[in-house]
Design a protein around this ligand. Structure first.
Ligand SMILES: [Fe+2]
Ligand SMILES: [Fe+2]
Length: 337
């Protein structure tokens, strides 16, 4: 899953992407603009402005990092799933997230940045990933709520990316969205079952909703007025719907689901606005959001340390795969000779 980081610079203090047209080659720039204006796709072999390439590398790599870091809070619950059925579903979901990471690293590599470079950014703490994964999953109900709300927010954000102007990213998103839809449904179904259970189970679900609701709303990123990069992203056909519009769509879709489930969304200001034909909602705590994005959430250090350890411990697997590939190549060259 993923959302939010589109507007977050990896290195604090770096400038927003320049919105001035590239001076590299006016004819190539004009051809690029024409294709973008016609809603066409840009492919890896096509000319593209440097700033477009950099924005995509940053966004797709942040997205990839979010997928693989997102495996950690739920992965913690595989050994403690309450039944074989729930365990099998959770293993499949966590594995899907790993797969999403792989599609996305591959899509980003087509822009000329190696996977090693991207992982180095993650492991050194320079690169960002979705802040939601820096919160702990305290109970089994959290696994259901992550599916329902976190994957639900991801779908809201990622469906428009299937129409992104960069071909490899858009194509990766088609499959990712299908799998995210399964993630959202399995979470909601797990919660529906818990809500027919004991009072303790119902309280556990409500508590998980209380802890995750506001953090999920923050996942869509800062308000449009504070998102200067969004305008350029929209101009390039990378971003299709603004942060605030996506957030509103998510709230409008989720309120009826919460009613069916029988939980209360923890916002006293949440109410239907007849004039706007949308739900009004309260203030998001952006100070907490930025503190978490900047490395000071409850689990930032733990998540990063787990990723670095997994990468180090997997070195022998990567070495073995490379040695095997070399041997196969040598063999096929001998046979061809
Ligand atoms: Fe997911
Ligand atoms: Fe995912």
């Amino acid at each position: 899953m993923y959302t939010q980081s589109f507007n977050v610079q990896d290195t604090p203090g770096t400038k927003a992407v320049a919105s001035v047209p590239s001076k590299e080659d006016p004819a190539l720039q004009a051809a690029f603009d024409t294709r973008i204006d016609a809603d066409g796709r840009i492919e890896p072999q096509d000319w593209m402005p440097d700033a477009y390439r950099k924005t995509l590398v940053r966004q797709i790599s942040q997205h990839a990092h979010s997928e693989i870091v997102g495996m950690l809070p739920e992965g913690n619950w595989i050994s403690r799933a309450p039944s074989l059925k729930r365990k099998a579903i959770l293993i499949a979901k966590v594995q899907d997230e790993g797969g999403h990471g792989l599609y996305l690293y591959s899509a980003a590599e087509t822009l000329g940045t190696s996977r090693d470079q991207m992982l180095e950014g993650l492991h050194s703490g320079r690169a960002k990933y979705s802040s939601i994964f820096n919160y702990p999953t305290l109970t089994w109900a959290d696994v259901g709520v992550v599916g329902w709300l976190v994957d639900g927010a991801a779908i809201m954000n990622q469906v428009p990316l299937c129409r992104c102007s960069y071909g490899p990213y858009a194509r990766a998103m088609v499959r990712v969205c299908k799998e995210e839809s399964f993630h959202q449904r399995q979470g909601y179904e797990a919660l529906l079952v818990m809500m027919t259970g004991t009072e303790e189970q119902k309280a556990m679900v409500q508590d998980a909703v209380n802890r995750f609701w506001w953090k999920c709303l923050a996942m869509f990123g800062p308000p449009d007025a504070d998102s200067p990069n969004s305008v350029q992203g929209m101009r390039w056909g990378i971003k299709r719907i603004s942060n605030d519009d996506l957030r509103q769509k998510f709230i409008d879709a989720t309120v009826p689901q919460a009613k069916v489930l029988g939980v209360t969304l923890p916002d006293p200001d949440l109410k239907w606005n007849e004039e706007r034909q949308h739900y009004d909602y309260g203030q998001i705590d952006w100070d907490e959001f930025w503190a978490t994005v900047n490395g000071n959430g409850p689990c930032n250090k733990e998540r990063l340390a787990t990723r670095v350890k997994a990468y180090r411990e997997g070195e022998w697997v990567r070495d073995a795969a490379m040695a095997h590939a070399r041997k196969q190549q040598e063999r096929s060259m001998k046979e061809a000779a």
